[in-house]
Design a protein around this ligand. Structure first.
Ligand code: ZN
Length: 264
């Protein structure tokens, strides 16, 4: 990563991030909890309360207070624990309803569906299903702020992975195309689940797509060269990796092999 380490904080008028203290090989600098509000609004919406960490959840309510916002609602991009597990405690702290695509993560509200138009914190928020990283991944489009909240579909540095078996590569590729089309309509800012803000969303989404195509080609070649198991393909394509990253790369490899199977 170039530049100063990402620490969250205010990104733009009505856009703020509190970073969870869970940095790691897959969570990068930690999970981003986003607070969004229309300029001048007295309420905000919180996207991804983060892990079940009292200190972090307290920092999120403090950030809302610092901006003179009350929390009107909570949205979850996907059910991975580092984004969602703090949701019940955060709902208890704020009394705000929580919505996610997966009913299991909703508190006092209905699940989100593709195409939903939400009115929260003075903002019109579009819900876009972006499965792939997980089956329940959604992104949020806020035209008035010129941004997309992408969860783990796109990360601030490096590339994301497709969880297996709950995510599917064919879905992920479709989701990248869908986000690129949306970003192309003037939404330059992309708020990722981890790492710094992306301010050239279209080119990053194009890079993601090219990266996936390149990896698929490498997997195809490894299989053609005789790699028989997912582990062998993984070794051929990714080489040596530390434990946690290797597990994610193995999930992506299985997703890629499943995709080649489906499309052959
Ligand atoms: Zn995730």
């Amino acid at each position: 990563m170039t530049g100063p380490r990402w620490r969250g904080g205010d990104v733009a008028d009505g856009v703020s991030c509190v970073l969870a203290d869970n940095a790691g090989p897959l969570t990068l600098t930690g999970t981003n909890t986003w607070l969004l509000a229309a300029p001048g609004a007295s309420r905000c919406v919180v996207v991804d309360p983060g892990p079940d960490d009292v200190t972090h959840l307290g920092a999120v309510t403090q950030a809302a207070e610092d901006h003179d916002w009350t929390v009107e609602g909570v949205l979850i991009t996907h059910g991975h624990a580092d984004h969602s597990r703090g949701a019940p405690a955060f709902a208890a702290m704020t009394g705000a309803p929580t919505r996610a695509a997966d009913p299991a993560h909703c508190v006092g509200s209905q699940p989100l569906r593709d195409g939903d138009e939400l009115e929260l914190a003075g903002l019109a928020i579009g819900v876009v299903a972006t499965p792939g990283h997980t089956a329940d991944s959604v992104s949020f489009v806020v035209d008035s702020l010129g941004l997309i909240v992408a969860g783990d579909t796109v990360l601030g540095t490096g590339t994301s992975f497709v969880a297996h078996p709950e995510g599917r590569l064919s879905d992920y590729l479709t989701s990248l195309t869908r986000l690129a089309d949306l970003a192309g309509s003037g939404l330059d800012l992309l708020l990722p689940g981890h790492g710094p803000v992306v301010d050239d969303a279209v080119s990053v989404l194009r890079f993601y797509r090219a990266h996936r195509d390149e990896r698929l080609e490498q997997v195809r070649r490894a299989v053609a060269a005789g790699a028989g198991s997912a582990q062998e393909v993984l070794d051929a394509v990714y080489g040596e990796l530390p434990g946690e990253v290797r597990a994610a790369a193995l999930a992506s490899t299985l997703a890629q092999l499943a995709y080649l199977d489906e499309t052959s």
